[in-house]
Design a protein around this ligand. Structure first.
Ligand code: PMP
Length: 434
């Protein structure tokens, strides 16, 4: 079955699909961190549906919530009508919102994917401000629809200004840390205030508190506060894209909490649906300029996703899984750091909570500036990914050069499982570095 399924899908499906294209596995069963393939092999899944599975595969609490709806005779498709299931979801969602937003928030169901919520957010701030330009960051990823794609640096006719996103390892200013972040903030200010070549009438700024697809680059808290300052001073709504960082992933329920800022708009998807498709945009109620029908869509009322999502949000909150992610993530990153000490091809280890990246570089090639990082090594990264898979570990690659090995384990991962993940990754790196 394994070979036949792989062969038929390779022939039938466009190569344009992105995730895990290179992984020759056929998942047939899964529980928690573990996936079982049609070939009988078992894998530790640190891709987690690109960060969708906060509680891992088929968590009993999620399955129970889904079963309850199925057994209740409740309708599964009612467009966006109010239902008890939706009521329970929004109650739980509002309970988790950052304090500054919780009391004055509106939610708009979009759907079913993260990119739909990004699109809605961009449309909302443009309608609310009457302006049109969008501010986004180098290396960002927001999705594949026209506006989200433009904000991610792709070809589109939506007008987007690209601003510098600070990073310590490949700092565009060559200084990294707080000075690099401050330079990036000043550059942003100068672009916004340049009346000749600056950005005409920005309607909003969209940013990821940790760039995920861009290579797991956590924004510094002080830079996040500067972005809040800069946008507030110019009455530009700030949109936090928490599609990947949300629901405890980074060690806070929402990643904006690390810096204490309150965004005007939050874009949420992935884990909020408890493994089923769900996407919402949450925003300050005074931005609520939608007229009835202004943002429609057939699949905005997925009852099973709302039930699975509400169960996930409640479980993460009640079991302190964000705190757990913070503590375990810190330990995992510290242990991975020793890989960077031992192997020249591990250029950098970084992350926040259980959103972890290991940048693979070519130690044979000289850094482009003295003391700077070695060039990224995408082919070595693919080799590490392949060696991981041979050892029963699924990891994803990301980053501007596809040279960052990404770990997004479920927040429920045990200490023993985390050790197994780290050991397999270390063995894979050692093999490739031979
Ligand atoms: N925003 C961010 C930060 C993401 O990581 C992603 C997906 N990786 C998206 C938006 C788009 O979500 P989707 O793939 O569900 O459209």
């Amino acid at each position: 079955a394994h070979e036949g399924i792989l062969r038929r899908q390779a022939a039938r499906e466009s190569a344009a699909r992105t995730y895990a294209r290179a992984l020759p596995i056929v998942p047939v069963r899964a529980r928690g961190l573990t996936i079982e393939g049609a070939d009988g092999n078992r894998y530790l899944d640190c891709l987690s549906g690109a960060g969708t599975l906060a509680l891992g595969h088929n968590h009993p609490v999620v399955l129970e919530a889904i079963r309850k709806v199925l057994d209740s005779g409740a309708p599964l498709q009612v467009l966006d009508l109010a239902t008890p299931v939706k009521d329970a979801f929004t109650t739980e969602l509002f309970r988790t919102l950052p304090p500054g937003l919780a009391d004055h928030a509106r939610v708009q169901f979009c759907g079913p994917a993260g990119t739909d919520a990004v699109e809605a957010a961009l449309k909302l701030v443009r309608a609310a401000t009457g302006r049109s330009g969008i501010l986004a960051f180098a290396g960002a990823y927001h999705g594949m629809t026209a506006g989200a794609l433009a904000a991610s640096g792709g070809a589109s006719d939506v007008r987007v200004a690209r601003l510098p996103y600070p990073q310590d390892y490949r700092c565009p200013f060559g200084v990294g840390g707080e000075p690099g972040a401050e330079l990036a903030a000043r550059w942003t200010e100068s672009i916004l205030d340049d009346t000749k070549s600056g950005v005409p009438s920005p309607a909003g700024m969209i940013l990821e508190p940790v760039q995920g697809e861009g290579g797991v680059i956590p924004a510094r808290d002080d830079w996040m506060r500067r972005m809040r300052e800069i946008t507030s001073a110019r009455s530009i709504p700030l949109i936090a894209d928490e599609v990947q960082t949300g629901v405890g992933r980074t060690g806070a329920f929402w990643a904006v909490e690390h810096s204490g800022i309150t965004p005007d708009v939050m874009v949420l998807s992935k884990a909020i649906g408890g493994s089923l498709p769900l996407a919402v945009v949450v925003y300050r109620e005074d931005l609520d300029v939608w007229e009835p029908g202004a943002h429609a869509g057939t699949f905005r009322g997925n009852q099973l996703a709302m039930a699975a999502g509400a169960a996930t949000l409640a479980y993460v909150r009640e079991n302190g899984l964000a705190e757990r992610a913070a503590a375990l993530g810190t330990r995992m990153i510290a242990q991975l750091q020793s890989l960077a000490d031992d192997f020249g091809c591990v250029g950098d280890v970084r992350g926040r909570g259980l959103m972890i990246g290991v940048e693979i570089v070519d130690p044979e090639k000289p850094p482009s500036s003295p003391g700077g990082p070695h060039p990224a090594a995408p082919e070595l990264a693919v080799a590490v990914q392949r060696e991981c898979l041979r050892r029963g570990l699924i990891v994803e690659l990301g980053g501007r050069n596809s040279s960052v090995v990404r770990l997004l384990p479920p927040l429920t991962i045990s200490d023993e499982q985390a050790s197994a993940v780290l050991n397999r990754l270390a063995d894979a790196v050692a093999e490739v570095a031979k």
